[in-house]
Design a protein around this ligand. Structure first.
Ligand SMILES: [Zn+2]
Ligand SMILES: [Zn+2]
Ligand SMILES: [Zn+2]
Length: 497
């Protein structure tokens, strides 16, 4: 049994509002009971409490009812709502209009405050439309239809548009993800791939909206955060599949809409245009002067351009992120004519600063590839260059780069190490200014005079030092590796720049 008397509107209002705010998709006996009790009263014998009270209650509880309530709750609630609408909607009344006609989703949070005063004329009536208009049976019928519209979108007419709950959740999840803080339950790869399949399977009238969602998530997908090539493949395939639907169109528009440039705003627009109710909301926004005309957004000529742009970006970045990287050209950059490392240039480019991010992947890969051919001090310098570059790569080294560098690092960590270091003093410390300043002197002491108290060459060359540095870098790269699929260069060619 409910632990409060849901019959009394002053107690019911807070409970209903709690259900609106707190429902989580999990079933609750208490919530089931409250919804069924309210539905029973809506269709029961009219009493002192106007039907509008129970209709408002079901609007507040509708998101819960639409989630996963107990068996039979949805059908009992929706049939009560339909029956109340049928009985009440044609009652004669003196009102020119009713509050429900201007009630949008953003107003739900203010409904609970009406419940108690509607049920008890002795209570102070809040600001806004009159008590008579709120308690009118036709207003009750209108709110009953709004509750139905929440539970079963697109099944009723004559209610203000509101986004379907599913779209509300999608918009919230995407907004969090694209702001860089995905909800704890979001699998980033799945969420983006899901948007690709949304476009591939969209109904014709929803296709433009889904295309705009894909446009928004594409920016995120190519940022280097997504480490599964299949996700980018899915997005590209969905765009390729959509293009023929827009092909061959012509239009007489002078200009098309200016689309949002931020990921979250772009996704929100796409979600809005992916449902009929959302497009009605958009039309209202346009009528209020807050958005471009819908036809200048969903125009097939324009969408062809939009899809083409996303596709170009995806293909280019897919090549960079997942393709094979040819580093042979870098010999000219990082080796001197005499074949020795140009250590001054290398040290300058492995310094941890943002302007070096563009060199990090290729330089790290180049150093790792050369490592196998090198010996002595060059070998040590190349290992340190590879590791320091992996730390500098932003946001992360792409999977093929990480895999190749990891193979080299694994060999280093597997090499035998002495039980004790054979040198006095500490090892150099990566990232420290002394490390960067000391590396040229270690590599070519005759060319680069020592600065301060240099770390001796034995410490630089120590197998324990190499093992520790390699293991640390390997650890970081292996954490990333968990997110990847099997290596597939796909024949693409990659270049940073
Ligand atoms: Zn009326
Ligand atoms: Zn056009
Ligand atoms: Zn040592």
């Amino acid at each position: 049994m409910p632990n409060i008397d849901v019959m009394a509107p002053d107690a019911a209002g807070p409970l209903w509002d709690e259900i609106r705010r707190k429902y989580s998709g999990a079933r609750s006996d208490r919530y089931d009971e409250a919804a069924l009790d309210c539905a029973g009263r809506l269709t029961g014998e009219p009493g002192a409490v106007p039907a509008a009270v129970w209709a408002l209650g079901l609007v507040l509880m509708a998101p819960y009812v639409a989630s996963r309530p107990g068996a039979g709750v949805i059908s009992r609630v929706t049939s009560a709502l339909r029956s109340a609408d049928g009985t009440l909607r044609a009652r004669p009344c003196p009102h020119a209009s009713h509050p429900f006609e201007e009630h949008g989703a953003q107003d739900d949070k203010r409904l609970a405050a009406r419940v108690a005063p509607l049920g008890d004329p002795a209570l102070r009536w809040p600001e806004g439309r009159s008590r008579e208009e709120w308690s009118c049976p036709r207003n009750a019928a209108g709110f009953a239809r709004i509750a139905l519209d929440i539970i079963e979108p697109d099944t009723v007419a004559d209610v203000p548009p509101r986004l379907p709950l599913e779209a509300v959740h999608t918009a919230a999840d995407l907004s969090a993800l694209l702001h860089g803080y995905p909800k704890p339950w979001t699998d980033v790869n799945d969420e983006i791939a899901w948007q690709a399949s949304g476009l591939a399977t969209a109904a014709p009238e929803d296709r433009a909206g889904h295309l705009l969602i894909v446009r928004a998530v594409t920016w995120y997908a190519v940022s280097g955060t997504i480490r599964r090539k299949a996700v980018l493949d899915d997005l590209a395939a969905a765009l390729e599949g959509a293009l023929p639907f827009f092909a061959g169109a012509s239009c007489a528009h002078d200009h098309h809409a200016e689309l949002p440039r931020s990921g979250p705003a772009a996704a929100e627009l796409g979600v809005m245009l992916s449902s009929r109710a959302g497009r009605r909301l958009y039309e209202r926004r346009h009528a209020a002067g807050r958005a471009a005309a819908l036809e200048t957004v969903v125009c097939p000529v324009f969408l062809t351009e939009v899809a083409g742009e996303s596709l170009r970006l995806l293909r280019e970045r897919r090549g960079k992120l997942f393709g094979h990287r040819d580093t042979s050209d870098l010999d000219h950059v990082y080796l001197r004519p005499d074949g020795r490392l140009d250590i001054a240039v290398i040290v300058d480019r492995i310094a941890p600063r943002a302007s070096n991010e563009k060199y990090a992947n290729d330089l790290g890969l180049w150093a790792a590839r050369r490592y196998a051919l090198a010996e002595g001090r060059e070998r040590v310098a190349l290992l340190l260059t590879a590791c320091q570059s992996m730390f500098n790569a932003y946001p992360y080294p792409p999977p093929p780069v990480a895999r190749e560098v990891m193979a080299v690092l694994r060999a280093v960590t597997a090499a035998p190490r002495p039980a004790e270091c054979a040198h006095a003093g500490a090892h150099p410390e990566l990232f420290r200014a002394e490390f960067l300043a000391g590396l040229p002197h270690f590599y070519a002491p005759e060319e680069f005079p020592a600065e301060g108290e240099p770390v001796g060459p034995e410490a630089w060359m120590c197998p324990e030092f190499a093992g520790v540095v390699a293991a640390e870098c390997l650890d970081d790269l292996e954490d990333l590796d968990e997110d990847e699929d099997a290596g597939d260069g796909g024949g693409d060619t990659a270049e940073d720049g």
